[in-house]
Design a protein around this ligand. Structure first.
Ligand code: NAD
Ligand code: UDP
Ligand code: UDP
Length: 338
């Protein structure tokens, strides 16, 4: 658990357990790559609301201007259309590096994880910025340890259909640690477990967005395989809180950020039925290759060292996402996105 030198602003941050992150000293200059995406746009909202100047760098591969357009008139906000696979020159204090095609449908054959991360680390090195990588629970592959601790090295198929993402993120972690050890870059690594919430990409193939959109459209919920595989679902506001605590704290990580509440896909389908439509049917489909059988984070480290744990369970979080999806699918102006 390597630590790095803290900066003056860490003093306030370290009392994170006592002082809410929202109450903050002077504003920082922050880049959020992938800031027009699902997680990134929620992070941008929090950073802007605490007074930071935020530059979103996004190529709109899966992100949308709509996710951040409520900040367009704010002089503390800038939106830059840019592919992080190309070099970038900016001067900032912190870099949240989220840019990445994150759904299995999108991430194949894309060099963002390796080349994009290398460029953003090069940028961090040149300007002395702190760099946070959003890695993933996928680095554990189809895990042979349950629940997964950060010390587990994983079980990943290096040539499988998911490997561009799994191995891409593993390489991104390696690059981050090498820049940390070799060039003194202050890095932070988060391993994010399945996250859901408003502004998730519609129709990008992930299970929560699929089930919610299907139930709203009166279509059958598509359960892949026997539906007994498990995932642990985290609400987006909990993740954003964890990312900010990690960035501002003194520990490099990696840290698991996820909700330990574990569900089979059939259990998830049941919660979706209870929340949206008890009559929704279930349709079984063949599962995808190399699908991890189970996944659940051990979050002891984040609890102890970041003072963080999730607060929103699935039954509380799902309705918050449903109203946003309903509005985007049916254009119901009465239901607002959060
Ligand atoms: P998302 O697809 O909504 O957001 C990714 C953003 O990155 C999009 O706005 C996209 O346009 C942008 N992007 C992609 N390639 C880019 C490039 N080359 N240059 C510039 N911008 C680019 O996905 P998300 O769920 O918000 O994921 C954000 C981060 O969190 C990703 O790094 C992802 O791997 C990680 N993560 C997410 C989850 C989850 O469940 N949501 C789980 C584990 C890890
Ligand atoms: N880079 C960038 N912005 C910067 C500095 C570097 O995009 O402000 C990119 C640079 O183009 C290179 C990568 O980051 O591809 C790694 O940079 P570094 O200086 O670490 O390596 P080098 O260029 O010496 O190989
Ligand atoms: N899944 C499913 N129906 C769907 C989409 C996904 O049953 O419509 C399953 C998928 O096989 C996997 C789990 O849900 O076991 C989570 O898939 P997702 O793509 O959301 O996330 P990841 O596999 O990356 O954890």
């Amino acid at each position: 658990w390597p630590t790095t030198n803290t900066r003056s602003y860490d003093v306030a941050v370290h009392s994170v357990g006592k002082i809410p992150l929202g109450i903050k000293r002077k504003g920082l200059r922050v880049v959020v790559t992938g800031g027009a995406g699902f997680v990134g746009s929620h992070l941008v909202d929090r950073l802007i609301s605490r007074g930071d100047s935020v530059i979103v760098v996004d190529n709109f591969f899966t992100g949308r201007k709509e996710n951040v357009m409520h900040h367009f008139r704010n002089p503390n906000f800038e939106l830059l259309r840019h592919d992080v696979v190309e070099p970038l020159l900016l001067e900032v204090d912190q870099i949240y590096h989220l840019a990445c095609p994150a759904s299995p449908v999108h991430y194949k054959f894309n060099p963002t994880n390796v080349v994009g991360t290398l460029n953003m680390l090069g940028l961090a090195k040149r300007i002395g910025a702190r760099f946070l990588l959003t890695s993933t629970s996928e680095v554990y592959g189809d895990p042979l340890q349950h629940p997964q601790k950060e010390t587990y090295w994983g079980n990943v198929n290096p040539i499988g259909v998911r490997s561009c993402y799994d191995e891409g993120k593993r390489t991104a972690e390696t690059l981050a640690m090498d820049y940390h050890r070799g060039a003194g870059v202050e890095v932070r690594i988060a391993r994010i477990f399945n996250t859901y919430g408003p502004r998730m990409c519609l129709d990008d193939g992930r299970v929560v967005s699929n089930f919610v959109a299907q139930a709203l459209r009166k279509e059958a919920l598509t359960v892949y395989g026997d539906g007994k595989q498990t995932r642990s679902f985290q609400y987006v506001s909990d993740l954003v809180e964890g990312l900010m605590r990690l960035m501002e704290g003194e520990h490099v990580g990696p840290f698991n950020l996820g909700n330990p509440g574990e569900f089979t896909m059939l259990e998830l389908a049941k919660v979706v039925q209870e929340t949206i439509d008890p009559e929704a049917k279930i349709e079984y489909r063949p599962n995808t290759e190399d699908d991890p059988h189970k996944r659940k984070p051990d979050i002891t480290r984040a609890k102890e060292l970041l003072g963080w744990e999730p607060k929103v369970d699935l039954r509380k979080g799902l309705p918050l996402m449903v109203s946003d999806f309903r509005q985007r699918i049916f254009g119901d102006q009465k239901e607002g996105a959060t």
